[in-house]
Design a binder for this molecule. Structure first.
Ligand SMILES: Cc1cc2nc3c(=O)[nH]c(=O)nc-3n(C[C@H](O)[C@H](O)[C@H](O)COP(=O)(O)O)c2cc1C
Ligand code: SF4
Length: 663
């Protein structure tokens, strides 16, 4: 039953139970691998500070990302820097972590995995490098279309895994962790046992559904035997593999009530199998709360709490999910990476000041998957929480600072400098913040989330008396110098590269950015020259508008630097809209209505007719103003694309570092 309380989001901020555990609100931080652990899998100071900070932001419970239970059998960790629970030696630092989270008033649960399975992509823990261990799986099925060979576990290894798993639950309890979550999502080892696709065993652990679920029942039984009836145990499971020939929702619905009877206190629902990341971590092209239909089916089948996730970090959306009875808890992953204070801001009616996640998947696709520690595009402090504390000290000698350019880098510099107590005047040539490249980037379908960047900064900066924003004010060097500031931060961005190609200044030729920006009318047949992120997103936009679109790219792949999951989704959309991709093609010349190309592999020539050609060959720093001001002998710093062309994450982080270092 939900008790009435004084908060706007009554349900979200009502207490709830997972088994015997009382949680102060309905927000659980979803498991998000950080790779902040030590090389051998131990909790470090960074792990503690990262989660302590989230606990301080008001989350009810944190689910510590997949921790390994069984390196004796499955030696492959997803990546070095992941955490382990397979030895008592890990207990002391886990208990430090639990203590830090408890001190801030939140609960801590741990998500424990039995291994990576046929798709496990990691390195051998014990040799700390690839190649030292065999991949184990239910039945010799190779992952990734046969590229990753694996060996079927024998019965003795399965029994050993069950025993080890029970010990992990005990260790979690002994470390002071409040709940133990079993990990059966994606196509990791336990999920593979449940899957008719991966599990082709002919013994007691394979074949019929009953046998495929047997290992999971044994794990629950072993954990219960060791930790007793009262310690909370939950299951994070893909409810529907969403893959032809895979386990469907009906089967899951049949087994979950039995698992609840066997001692599972809550179900945390995910979906997907082969593309767990694509399905479990929805990118910008996937809907908010896309799994909720499946979640509500599960909710109807069980009488223990159900947890759901998937772009549900808007407090209003989360409240509606609870209100509709679809789920009992909302798991927020990326929303809390982007802003640890999301709960406290929502609770205190300051939701406008939430630094909203962009769903850009930089954190996973450009960091974790590349074996790099977690960072966030919009939150420069993620993973650098200790640094955040030092930052907000008032400046010894406040300065008069002019920031030129109201894009992400200029705004981040202004935010930090404003917090330190400097007087900041920010000048933006356009009529709104982020009116340059970022504004063009918000035009293609599903990209509107980027508007959260100016929204967030504006809300924050408007509340600072010492920061003044001047829109529609383009400064030349004389005017800027005349302002007499102590220092200048020039964040004037970048300008499109226009190479010397015959016909490129033709009347039907525009830059992709200016066409998106100014809503230029383009003809029926559009050719886009340059298949980087901007070009490909423009192709998506115009193909959605019914144009025939061809993208020409010199490299073998379009959108080569795009985050892989987002890229995969975008490629599907381009294919659906029949966008023609001409890779390995170089532009030779343009006429008024056609472009001549050369195939760089075969050497063959090709001609593509067009009504409109859009060029998208990248951009180059626009340093004109910075150079002029420097020549005048002023104290000048560049930030963002004006210094070097960055992605948003790097532009914000670099602007932040620079402001920290020099002011
Ligand atoms: C950086 C990152 C790491 C993740 N690591 C894990 C993990 O270790 N185990 C897991 O089950 N899910 C993991 N997930 C999935 C999230 O827990 C969550 O289900 C997903 O991000 C959708 O929720 P959100 O939209 O609130 O982020 C990860 C997601 C991200 C973005
Ligand atoms: S990197 Fe992008 S997707 Fe990940 S938390 Fe930050 S804003 Fe969200």
């Amino acid at each position: 039953m939900i008790m009435r309380n004084k908060y706007r989001y009554e349900r979200l901020f009502s207490e709830g139970n997972i088994g015997s555990l009382r949680v102060k609100n309905r927000i659980i931080m979803g498991p998000t691998e950080t790779l902040y652990g030590s090389a051998c899998g131990e909790v470090t100071g960074e792990v503690i500070e990262y989660y302590r900070r989230r606990a301080a932001g008001g989350v009810g419970m944190i689910l510590l990302h997949s921790v390994q239970c069984n390196t004796a059998v499955d030696k492959l960790d997803p990546y070095a820097g992941s955490l382990r629970l397979d030895n008592d030696a890990f207990i002391p630092r886990l208990s430090d972590l639990a203590e830090a989270v408890h001190r801030e008033g939140a609960k801590l649960a741990v998500l424990c995995s039995i291994g990576g399975g046929a798709k496990g992509a990691g390195e051998d823990y014990l040799t700390n490098g690839p190649g030292g261990a065999e991949r184990v799986s239910p039945s010799n099925i190779s992952g990734d279309g046969g590229k990753l060979a694996s060996r079927a576990m024998d019965t003795e290894e399965i029994k050993r895994t069950v025993t080890e798993y029970g010990r992990c639950a005990e260790r979690a309890r002994d470390a002071g962790i409040d709940a133990f979550f079993i990990h059966a999502v994606g196509s990791y080892l336990l999920a593979e046992f449940l899957s008719p696709i991966y599990n082709r065993r002919t013994d007691e652990y394979g074949g019929c559904a009953e046998n495929r679920w047997k290992l999971l029942f044994e794990l629950v039984e072993e954990c219960r035997k060791r930790v007793g009836r009262n310690y909370p145990i939950a299951l994070r499971i893909s409810a529907d593999e969403l893959t032809p020939g895979g386990r469907g929702l009906d089967e899951t619905r049949a087994f979950l009530p039995r698992l609840a009877a066997a001692g599972v206190d809550a179900f945390d629902i995910a979906v997907g199998l082969k593309e767990p990341l694509h399905q479990t971590i929805p990118n910008i092209y996937m809907p908010v709360g896309g799994n909720l239909g499946i979640v509500s089916e599960i909710k109807r089948s069980v009488d223990v709490p159900v947890i759901c996730s998937g772009r549900l970090s808007e407090p209003g959306s989360a409240e509606r999910v609870l209100e509709s009875g679809t789920a009992d808890f909302i798991s927020i992953g990326r929303g809390l990476i982007a802003d640890p204070d999301l709960p406290v801001k929502a609770m205190s009616g300051k939701e406008d000041s939430i630094r909203r996640c962009l769903s850009c998947n930089y954190c996973i696709g450009q960091r974790i998957i590349k074996k790099l520690p977690l960072r966030c595009a919009i939150n420069p402090y993620a993973g650098r929480e200790a640094f955040e504390k030092e930052n907000v000290e008032p400046a010894d000698k406040p300065r008069q600072i002019v920031v030129i350019g109201g894009g992400p880098a200029g705004l981040e510099a202004a935010r930090y400098l404003g917090l330190r107590g400097h007087t900041v005047d920010l000048y933006e040539a356009g009529g709104s913040l982020c009116a340059g490249q970022l504004a063009a980037a918000t035009v293609p379908p599903c990209k509107e989330g980027l508007r959260n960047i100016p929204r967030y900064y504006l809300e924050l900066l408007e509340r600072m008396d010492n920061v003044h924003i001047h829109l529609n004010t383009a400064l030349d060097s004389q005017t800027a110098a005349g302002l007499g500031a102590d220092s200048y931060i020039v964040a004037t961005g970048a300008k499109p590269v226009v190479p010397h190609i015959e016909g490129i200044h033709g009347k039907n030729v525009f830059t992709a950015e200016e066409s998106l920006h100014n809503g230029l009318g383009v003809g029926k047949n559009v050719v886009i020259l340059g298949g980087g992120q901007v070009g490909v997103e423009a192709a998506h936009y115009y193909s959605e508008k019914g144009r025939n679109v061809t993208v020409v790219e010199q490299l073998p792949r379009v959108a080569d630097r795009e985050e892989p999951m987002t890229r995969a989704a975008l490629m599907e959309l381009l294919a659906k809209n029949s966008v023609r991709l001409l890779v390995c093609h170089r532009v030779v010349r343009l006429t008024d209505n056609s472009v001549e190309l050369i195939d760089t592999v075969s050497g063959r020539q090709a001609t593509v007719p067009f009504d409109t050609a859009l060029i998208s060959f990248g951009s180059t720093p626009d340093r004109t103003l910075a150079d002029e001001l420097t020549e005048m002998g002023l104290d000048v710093y560049t930030a963002g694309d004006c210094e070097s062309v960055w992605d948003i994450a790097s532009a914000i982080a670099q602007a932040h570092y620079k402001a920290v270092k020099y002011f």
